[in-house]
Design a protein around this ligand. Structure first.
Ligand code: UFG
Length: 342
């Protein structure tokens, strides 16, 4: 019997590469499509080495309608996971049009081609950014979405809405939006992980680069927030756990177990961790001292957010499993690999 085939757009990226590994391990065929605008071919090599499979890779831009049409003609996809998008919050504020064009055009191309070729199942890569600064913790899927604070965040909300409206209008389509909290860590093999370009904008790659001596000092953005230690709180989700949530979502759709044709799930641990706690944990687990200083608040940061993952636990049968310490060890292992420190 033919194995189900999943198109992973953005499959050379951080979350896409880990998800591809988990899909293959779960018995799916995968085709990766990526324009390598914020990723490297080495990630595809890493995925092939981990899985031992010559996973097809197509270099294309999802905004290129003709190339996407050829891709959909060539392969018989049972489902699509759409990761391909620009994701830097600050950059999106400086270049809003580029973000709107890229993130919306690519997404609409995918959904339109799915409709045109009768492919019913899509998982969309959304974000807890849609909740803004929540009034209550932890956030559930019923917590209100707040006005987006960046064009990037706005594209996540808009794509969710586009999917909701399209699924409502087209009874043959099913969609799941996964709202990720803060993905961190790397594959236990040390062969794939996050590959930030230039100065990392996110906390964990900044920490690991500081520990490796690439950056001099981590700036902790604010210790005067109304939290127990004054630093911001997030829900850090291991990237392999996050990848497995996609497998669970795809299975749910392919097996016909969706309750609604459009569903939303929070993908987080349910535990809030402050920036200072994370720094201390990283030091302890990896047996090193990190050079850090307290700096001013970063504009646009929310104070605290963590997930109520009950719906994903119950409906997807998915749980965050990897302990934070292991995740932080994997992040450091990956950095050592990148920096040639082993
Ligand atoms: N932080 C620092 N120093 C740094 C980098 C980050 O103190 O050098 C702090 C931030 O102020 C924040 C926490 O670490 O309190 C996490 O910051 P990240 O940039 O790693 O993550 P964010 O929570 O700001 O952003 C993430 C994703 C976005 C997404 C957002 C939703 O990167 O794509 O969550 O809230 F939109």
């Amino acid at each position: 019997m033919k194995q189900p085939c999943v198109l992973v757009t953005g499959g050379a990226g951080y979350i896409g590469s880990h998800t591809t590994v988990e899909l293959v391990a779960a018995g799916f065929d995968v085709v990766i499509a990526d324009n390598l605008s914020n990723s490297e071919l080495s990630a595809v090599d890493g995925v092939r080495r981990i899985t031992g499979r010559e996973i097809p890779f197509v270099e294309l831009d999802c905004c290129d309608r003709a190339a996407m049409t050829r891709l959909f003609d060539q392969y018989d996809f049972d489902a699509v996971i759409h990761f391909a998008a620009s994701k830097a919050v600050g950059e999106s504020v400086r270049e809003p049009l580029r973000y709107y064009r890229n993130n919306l055009t690519s997404f609409m191309n995918v959904v339109e081609l799915m409709q045109a070729t009768g492919r019913p199942n899509i998982v969309f890569s959304s974000s807890c950014t849609v909740y803004g600064e929540p009034d209550e913790q932890p956030v559930t899927e019923r917590s209100p979405r707040k006005p987006a604070t960046s064009p990037y965040g706005n594209t996540k909300q808009m794509c969710e809405d586009i999917l909701l409206d399209t699924v409502a209008a087209d009874k043959s389509l099913r969609g799941i939006a996964l709202r990720y909290f803060n993905p961190i860590g790397a594959h236990p093999s040390g062969l794939i992980g996050e590959l930030p370009r230039g100065v990392p904008q996110n906390l964990v790659p900044y920490i690991t680069q500081t520990a490796a001596g690439i950056r001099e000092c981590l700036a902790v953005f604010g210790d005067d927030y109304p939290t127990p230690d004054g630093s911001c709180i997030r829900d850090y989700i291991d990237v392999v756990d996050l990848a497995r949530a996609h497998v669970a979502a795809i299975r749910r759709m392919i097996d016909g177990r969706c309750r609604e044709r459009y569903e939303v799930f929070n993908i987080g641990t349910g535990r809030g961790v402050s920036v200072l706690e994370l720094v201390r944990r990283f030091e302890l687990v990896n047996g090193l001292k990190l050079n850090y200083r307290i700096a001013g608040r970063r504009e646009g940061d929310i104070v605290a957010i963590w997930a109520d993952p009950t719906r994903a636990n119950e409906e997807l049968g998915w749980h965050a499993e990897r302990p934070l310490d292991e995740t932080l060890a994997s992040a450091w292992r990956w950095q050592r690999h990148l920096s040639g420190l082993d």
